[in-house]
Design a protein around this ligand. Structure first.
Ligand SMILES: Nc1ncnc2c1ncn2[C@@H]1O[C@H](COP(=O)(O)OP(=O)(O)OP(=O)(O)O)[C@@H](O)[C@H]1O
Ligand SMILES: [Mg+2]
Length: 315
């Protein structure tokens, strides 16, 4: 049932530029996690480090107990089969039609017959609503179709871990809603561990079990969805509410006095004046007929959180 990914003390820099430092988090097996953060905070770099495409300066990434930052290239090749990755740009081969693009990992990594490959490719294309477009080239289809083709390709090897880099960017709101439902349904069906990078707050509120936020070279917070959605941490609240007021500015750094003034003007200490900003959006459920196996760890965590809050309220 999916694999746990345990990240500890991870730091990555390019030359003198530190991208993020001392990042520690656990992506629980079979759960959906979302990673948020302003543009340029290194979310794509984080995904690439998890698959072993980039080497961190220090820290570890343990997958099924093995630290992948220490593996040699041929060992990594094996570990990578556990992953399905949807890169930010879709990363389709421009000269191959959709069918061949989606079949590529199967031809590359398995010895399956062409008829078996055909069955798998068509099944995944059906899953993402691309049946009938097998012969189209990536250049001949819309951005949304390219995203879905990238997703189908990420699924063909029945991955234990799926990483999505902005699967919803460039999609219209209705397609985003369909994509979110597809992600929730997929997670219920294939039971893999998901990590999604997104800028879409509505998706981040509804889809995951856990949310993380990268900001100013650090992981500000990572935890159960409920915890972040109701958090008082200013960076988390600003980001989840898509506001200009708060610590996050265009150039990423804002003057502390300015932040204080902005938050005071918003009446941020008082929830009654910022209605809905701490609202606990319901989680999107799998479609009819799809049942998600119980996530016992998540349920236990959720109950502990509720007990903790009750204790705080009672005190
Ligand atoms: N291979 C690389 N070599 C040098 N610098 C890099 C490399 N890849 C990324 N960077 C730098 O790392 C920083 C983070 O980049 P990254 O693409 O991870 O941001 P991001 O959070 O995914 O942004 P966005 O939300 O816009 O996709 C950027 O400053 C980028 O220039
Ligand atoms: Mg990115």
């Amino acid at each position: 049932m999916g694999v746990e990914i345990c990240v500890e003390g991870l730091t990555k820099s390019f030359g003198h530029q530190v991208i993020w430092q001392d990042v520690s988090l656990t992506l629980p097996a079979g759960e959906v996690s979302v990673m948020l953060g302003p543009s340029g905070t290194g979310k794509s770099v984080f995904l690439k480090t998890l698959v072993g495409l980039l080497k961190p300066d220090c820290g570890s990434v343990k997958i099924a107990g093995r630290d992948i930052t220490r593996l040699r290239e041929h060992e990594l090749y094996e570990v990578r089969k556990l992953f399905g990755v949807l890169f930010q740009d879709g990363a389709l081969f421009g000269s191959m039609n959709l069918y061949d693009n989606i079949a590529f990992p199967l031809r590359e990594h398995t010895r399956k017959s062409e008829s078996e490959i055909r069955r798998i490719v068509l099944e995944k294309m059906d899953m993402v609503g691309l049946i009938g477009s097998e012969g189209k080239l990536p250049g001949e289809i819309s951005g949304g179709m390219r995203k879905r083709a990238g997703l189908a390709r990420a699924l063909v090897l029945d991955p234990e871990i799926i990483l999505f880099d902005e699967p919803d960017s460039g999609l219209d709101p209705v397609r985003v809603a369909y994509l979110n439902q597809l992600i929730v349904d997929l997670n219920a069906q294939i039971d893999a561990t998901f990590l999604i990078v997104t800028h879409d707050i509505a998706s981040a509120r509804q889809v995951p079990d856990n949310i993380g936020l990268l900001f100013r070279r650090e992981l500000v917070m990572f935890g159960p969805r409920e915890e972040l959605l109701t958090s008082d941490e200013p960076v988390v609240r600003q980001f989840l509410n898509g506001r200009m007021q708060g610590p996050i500015g265009m150039a990423e750094e804002k003057d502390a006095t300015q932040v204080e003034q902005e938050l005071a003007a918003l009446g941020d200490g008082d929830t009654t004046q910022t209605p809905g900003s701490r609202a606990l959006t319901p989680r999107l459920l799998p479609g009819p007929g799809i049942t998600r196996p119980p996530r016992w760890e998540a349920i236990a965590r959720h109950e502990a959180e509720l007990r903790h809050r009750k204790a705080v309220a009672d005190a």
